[in-house]
Design a protein around this ligand. Structure first.
Ligand code: ARG
Ligand code: ZN
Length: 879
């Protein structure tokens, strides 16, 4: 069943107060709900029937205004309870029985290990009690939780604790009250044997907020980084957005079984343990940075999401796109801005562009869905963040801040739409964003083709931009977008030219933003004495596929001279893509492979330049991922892409061995002599060290195996240890590999998050026999389909990162994935649906693989009763 944005209607009834009581037991839970309701004055007259949402609830009793209802007084189907109010204000009391102990979907109230926890976004609250489970119904919640004191000493919910007590039978209870009205998707409850670390934060108006992070006891030593990240986030949101925290207490709870990264429940954020636990010995630098980003993301939701929430789920990017933009800027301010941008753009271009080109393509504000859980996508989050970044670019930082102030001020306590956000931005800045709004309604990745023309007599330089956007499901033709193109012009010495457009009195700096708004548009610069080289789309100022006919020599020039760090990296990527595509062509024509020596020359000068930021050197040395090369291809030749990339890597190793060796040794020596810190300088050094090691290993020499083993054995941190293990796993040194894997597993067998990394490294290895290795690992005692992190670490890593093995020509990789999707469909539909994404990309491949992939999608479709999650993705993929 499809839901449409155009069918949106305001709710007939409102819930002013919600009083909940949970009685938690080992084999069931009782939920009593008292809802203080009234007719919505904004939704017509009369008293229409009241339709409450409710799924998998065993109704025990129901009363309106204290009068018990009998079976004839209401109707019930598998997802609703309908009754007829007789007054415009009334109180409903219901009691239901639910079964968190057998809830494997991890939605609603469920048990993770020994603790109870909740995940209500988007529509999980209806699996807890009968309710108006939609974000535009906002209510004040009071929650009482009772459980056995011994097993569940800690009882938490949203807001502030207001009362607690003990009962005689060994049970105890606690009552929490949240003074802020909120939709049900922000409700949370936690009960367990948890320990916490505590800290406090003084807000800009001088209030002290208690901060607590809760975990199961064995993880108590992994919380400091999360706490530091939280305090930085609170300060940053005050400084950059003027947003202050509003309750007396802010809590985070880490749980092991969680479908997504984390959840911004009011005052009680619940996190996948992978996104909050971090310790140098068990978490990599990347994991530390992810924790910092996710803690910030969920905290920032307190304003962009909670204080101002979404009217309906079509507006999801209103909170997610905005909050991802906010957390990206936070991370840029805490770390290297350029490196953060490079990482985000690489991710967007491989993953979101592929989504935009596939069967599930949808606009940032979709107009229809079957299952909302399927729309927590890269388009809503990542492209949504790019849309916010473009508004920031077009308005400038100051006007953007005025717009966000107006938005928060105008809509505090409301459930609003993307249009309301744009309106606030327009009102504060005076900029008309009417055409810009097409970014919200049109799907697909725009193409931007650029041509240049230089007039040596008139000294003018013109750029012509032509934009287009390929058809996407339901959208044959697109209107032109507003595309902000940040750019500059370089002269032959690499100096930046002043940029004066025809008609302007004076030049406006050396880097400026052109707004491309037409299908075809020209910009002419005057006073240009010699033909310049353009630097286009600086900082990736718009999520488009830009093409300009750069020669390889020009790209090498930009790599050296562009004042924009992002574009220096981008020039290197474009050079690598050209060179690798040439190798793919040679491979397909059965010719001997020969690598353009300019790539080696470019990397040599990057590697030799000790004045460059080590993190940038590491980024420049990383060749474009196989997934990115596949995304750029019309038909992705998986094997040729892999062979081409491996050939280039081997050449780089052979040609640059001495330089790589010297830089590796210098970095490793510093690692040995300095205690670990997750600071920018050390993270940069380790990333250079580890990428150098991965190249060196291709030499296959004994001295390299020795340094790998040395790093694996003696590193004091997971970043170095895991990288060394990964190099061994991908090497032909069978006995060293086996030893490292066994030692690692033995040492870390009780640490679930570390074992996830152990699974991932093996699942991603492109060496032959990958599927058989993964199938064997499915039987490892640490693996279970019931834990989403394990599924992602083993099956997800195999299908998404191990192209040669997943796409093997006999279709066994596809069959394996389909089998897992079918098994998970019954256990955890959200995870099943996400896992099958690689199969939906069948159009990218040759006809033999297409047929095999479609065959597996058809087999899933015919496999029995499908969840709405899996059904929507499979059926849309087969159209
Ligand atoms: N709002 C959460 C976040 O972005 C995501 C939770 C979505 N959960 C889900 N099961 N769909 O931080
Ligand atoms: Zn979010």
């Amino acid at each position: 069943k499809t839901v449409y944005l155009k069918d949106y209607r305001a709710p007939d009834y409102l819930i002013d107060e919600t009083h909940l009581t949970f009685e938690l037991f080992e084999d069931h839970t009782l939920v009593h709900a008292q809802l203080v309701m009234r007719r919505n004055p904004q939704a017509g007259s009369g008293l229409p029937p009241l339709v409450l949402d409710g799924q998998q609830l065993e109704l025990l009793s129901l009363a309106v205004d204290d009068v018990p209802l009998g079976e004839g007084d209401y109707q019930q189907d598998d997802s609703h309870l309908t009754l007829q109010p007789t007054r415009s204000e009334f109180v409903i009391d219901s009691s239901v029985r639910i079964h968190p102990e057998s809830n494997t979907a991890l939605e609603g109230l469920y048990k993770s290990g020994g603790m109870f926890c909740t995940q209500c976004e988007a529509e999980g609250f209806r699996k807890i009690t009968f309710y108006l489970d939609r974000p535009d119904v906002m209510s004040k919640f009071t929650t009482t939780v009772s459980a056995a004191q011994r097993d569940y000493p800690v009882l938490l919910s949203n807001g502030n604790p207001i009362a607690s007590g003990h009962e005689e039978d060994g049970r105890h209870w606690a009552t929490w009250q949240d003074p802020f009205r909120k939709p049900a998707y922000l409700f949370a409850l936690v009960a367990g044997d948890l320990w916490c670390i505590e800290d406090s934060f003084r807000t800009m108006s001088g209030r002290d907020v208690a901060l607590r992070i809760y975990v199961e006891p064995e993880n108590i030593g992994k919380l400091q980084h999360g706490m530091d990240s939280l305090k930085k986030s609170m300060k940053w949101d005050e400084e950059v957005y003027g947003r202050e925290y509003d309750l007396d207490i802010f809590m985070i709870v880490a749980v092991n079984d969680f479908n997504m990264g984390a959840m911004e429940n009011k005052g009680l954020n619940i996190f996948n343990s992978s996104c909050v636990l971090a310790h140098p010995e068990t978490a990599t630098d990347a994991a530390h940075q992810r924790v910092e980003a996710v803690v910030a993301h969920e905290y920032f939701h307190n304003w962009s999401g909670n204080r101002v929430t979404c009217r309906d789920w079509f507006q999801l990017s209103l909170k997610e796109g905005f909050t991802v933009f906010r957390d990206a800027e936070f991370s840029a301010d805490m770390n290297s801005r350029t490196v953060k941008r490079i990482e985000d753009v690489a991710f967007l271009r491989t993953q979101q562009f592929a989504e935009d080109a596939g069967p599930m393509a949808h606009p940032v504000r979709p107009d229809a869905y079957m299952e909302i859980s399927n729309f927590y996508t890269l388009t809503i989050y990542e492209k949504g963040a790019e849309v916010l970044r473009m508004i920031h670019t077009l308005l400038g930082a100051e006007a953007f801040r005025q717009g966000s102030d107006l938005y928060f001020d105008r809509h505090d306590g409301q459930a609003v739409t993307c249009d309301d956000f744009i309106q606030a931005m327009e009102d504060a800045s005076g900029v008309d964003l009417g055409q810009f709004k097409r970014w919200y309604t049109q799907s697909g990745t725009p193409r931007l083709v650029v041509e240049e023309a230089y007039d040596p007599v008139a000294h003018t330089y013109s750029l012509t931009f032509r934009q287009s956007c390929p058809p996407t499901p339901g959208q044959e033709h697109k209107q032109p977008f507003v595309i902000p193109v940040a750019m500059g012009l370089l002269d032959a010495h690499g100096h930046e030219l002043p940029l004066r457009l025809a008609g302007e009195a004076v030049a406006d700096g050396t880097s400026r933003v052109l707004a491309v708004t037409e299908a075809e548009q020209h910009f002419t610069f005057v006073d240009v004495a010699h033909k310049p080289l353009p630097s286009l789309l600086r900082g990736f100022s718009a999520p488009v596929k830009l093409s300009f006919p750069y020669s390889r020599d020009q790209l090498m020039f930009l790599m050296q001279h562009d004042s924009d760090g992002f574009n220096r990296w981008e020039a290197g990527q474009q050079l690598s893509v050209q060179v690798l595509q040439e190798l793919v062509d040679q491979q397909q024509r059965d010719e001997a492979l020969s690598l353009d020596p300019r790539l080696i020359a470019a990397l040599r000068s990057v590697l030799a330049d000790e004045s460059l930021d080590a993190a940038m050197v590491a980024e420049m040395l990383s060749l474009p991922a196989e997934a990115y090369l596949a995304e750029l291809s019309e038909v992705a030749d998986v094997d040729a892409i892999h062979a081409a990339r491996e050939f280039a890597r081997a050449q780089i190793c052979a040609e640059l061995f001495d330089l790589l060796w010297a830089r590796y040794q210098a970095c490793r020596e510093q690692s040995r002599s300095t205690p670990y810190a997750a600071d920018a300088a050390q993270i940069a050094r380790r990333s250079l060290q580890n990428i150098a090691l991965s190249y060196l290993a291709l030499a296959g020499s004994d001295e390299v195996v020795d340094v790998c083993e040395e790093q694996f054995e003696h590193a004091d941190n997971m970043t170095e240890r895991l990288a060394a293990m990964a190099v061994l796993v991908n090497s032909p040194f069978e006995s060293e590999k086996a030893t490292a894997l066994a030692k690692f597993a033995d040492y870390f067998k009780d640490d679930a998050l570390v074992m996830d990394q152990w699974f991932s490294v093996q699942a991603g290895s492109p060496l032959p026999g990958g599927l058989e290795r993964v199938e064997a690992l499915m039987h490892h005692p640490a693996f279970t389909l019931k834990n989403p992190n394990k599924v992602r670490a083993l099956i997800g890593a195999f299908a998404n990162q191990n192209h040669v093995n997943f796409h093997r020509l006999d279709g066994a990789g596809y069959r394996f994935l389909a089998d897992q999707v079918i098994a998970l469909n019954a256990l955890n539909p959200q995870i099943a649906s996400r896992l099958l994404t690689p199969l939906t990309r069948w159009r990218k491949f040759d006809s033999a693989r297409q047929a095999l992939m479609r065959g597996e999608l058809e087999r899933i479709l015919a496999s029995g009763e499908l969840s709405s999650d899996v059904f929507e993705v499979v059926s849309k993929s087969l159209v």
